[in-house]
Design a protein around this ligand. Structure first.
Ligand code: FES
Length: 110
């Protein structure tokens, strides 16, 4: 079995920021938000639990500040390291996580 294809290189995400990555699948695939904190990476589906919109303010551009990811639609604020909504209109909900790990500098789905 082939190893999973890398989503991107960790170094391609500025530390403390995020990028989007497309995952192809027979059903059409989906988009992930890939976030970096130092040598760690986190991934969540790009769908806000508030109204199901994408979280980016422009394609692949996200509001990330001080370990928090902010939905551009109505300001729901999520902890980068857990996906928990900690402020805003869907407080108490969470983003859907995708399991990733960093292997030889590449972010891959587990
Ligand atoms: S859709 Fe994200 S805060 Fe409303």
């Amino acid at each position: 079995m082939n190893p999973p294809a890398p989503l991107c290189r960790l170094e391609d995400i500025p530390d403390g920021d995020a990028v989007a990555a497309r995952v192809d699948a027979p059903d059409g695939g989906y988009e992930l938000i890939l976030l970096r904190q130092g040598g760690r990476a986190f991934a969540y589906h790009n769908e806000c639990p508030h109204q199901g919109r994408n979280l980016d303010y422009a394609p692949g551009r996200f509001l990330v500040r001080d370990g928090r990811l902010i939905c551009a639609a109505h300001g729901a604020t999520f902890a980068v390291d857990s996906g928990d909504c900690i402020a805003g209109p869907c407080r108490g909900s969470r983003l859907v996580a995708a399991p990733v790990e960093v292997v030889d500098g590449a972010i891959v789905l587990r």
